[in-house]
Write a protein that binds this ligand. Sequence first.
Ligand code: ADP
Ligand code: MG
Length: 422
Amino acid sequence: MTTRLPPLPHHLARPAARAAARLAALTPAPPAWAAFAPGRVNLIGEHTDYNLGLVLPFAIDLACVALAAPLPKGQGTHWALASDDLGRADLVDPTTFIEPDPASRGHWSAYVRGVLRHFQDLHAALPHGIAVAFASSVPLGAGLSSSASLEAAAATLLESIAGITLDPRAKANACRNAEHDFAGVPCGIMDQTVSVMARAGHALLIDCRDESTRHVPMPPPDLASILVINTRVKHALADGAYAERRQACRRAAQRLGLQDLRAAEAAAQNTAESGGPLAFLERRRTALDPDAYRAAHHVIAENLRVADAARALAQGDLVTLGRLMNQSHDSLRDDFRVSCTELDTAVDAARDCPGVLGARMTGGGFGGCAIALLQPHAATHAPEAIKARFLDAFGSPCETFTVHASDGARSFDPSSVPALPG
Ligand code: ADP
Ligand code: MG
């Protein structure tokens, strides 16, 4: 029995057309399988995921589209992979086990190979001789999680091709493992989980300790919107600093006698001391070096803010949500020290606009994007004011756009991709 697939969502017409053109360069066959997976912004909960804490992202209406079709007969068993964003990859042979290759870690197809390997491990029936083309409306490397959307689009496409359905958590984990083992990026589980499991009109509260999730309704557009400010910078120190911060978190947990920083909540409850996890940390401050203390302070306080933010969101209390977003940014700037002057300028400019309830960096930091929570009347003037201030400060423009909470990864009807002109 075949179930009817939904059509291509309207907002993905452009990346779908680009993917179709790429596919047409590989094979004369029309698309036979089609999938998309979204990027995300994180409302609040930064650098908490790898500390097994809480995060509150939502999937955005920018996504990676993946299309596939058979290669002409007689072209062997290999799969041809191409990205309209980054060009053509080598061929992959799905009849032999695909292994991580340290030499090709930086190559875009490493993410896809890692996902393909998961399907090999499942002994999924993968046909021979397939062309796969990707095109994304998520800006690459801007902190909106183009990498997870590439992985989740590949996984969703492969589910269609192999005729199997993965458990959503197992799918998110397979995507994360691809990023770890094949691309060499030690990320947490947030990006893949939200790209796979998001629901339109909702944010996704993820508890990274047990990977449980809860959909939390976002405000309707007539009450508030989220503006993304893309600084278009990425500072080179990001990777080294990321590793250092992870180490500082580990060191702090060790000195506190905890498995991980999330365990501070339970430890605080189990002692006879009064106060919550922040009081628990404060009493042990002298046992920690200053970097470890500041990292722990950010992570423990951020987890409390995420829980408060999810509650505020569910109650429609946008003033509280905005205040928590502001506190989150200040903590990332001052305690965790992963902001940069471009992100701080974008955030300050947004906060100075009437009708902006809160603003913060989103993603790992050292560049990428900030987000602002806007009341409807701010939507007309805030973007221009922020852009003017940014241009004035740096002599180069930032980019702003509004995002909407969207569905997670889906297969869609390949015949709904518009035919190519000519
Ligand atoms: P982010 O996930 O925030 O966009 P990352 O550095 O984690 O930034 O991932 C960006 C990388 O993911 C790109 O450099 C590229 O290797 C890969 N990637 C993401 N989307 C695509 C795409 N559509 N086509 C090819 N590669 C992609
Ligand atoms: Mg990424």
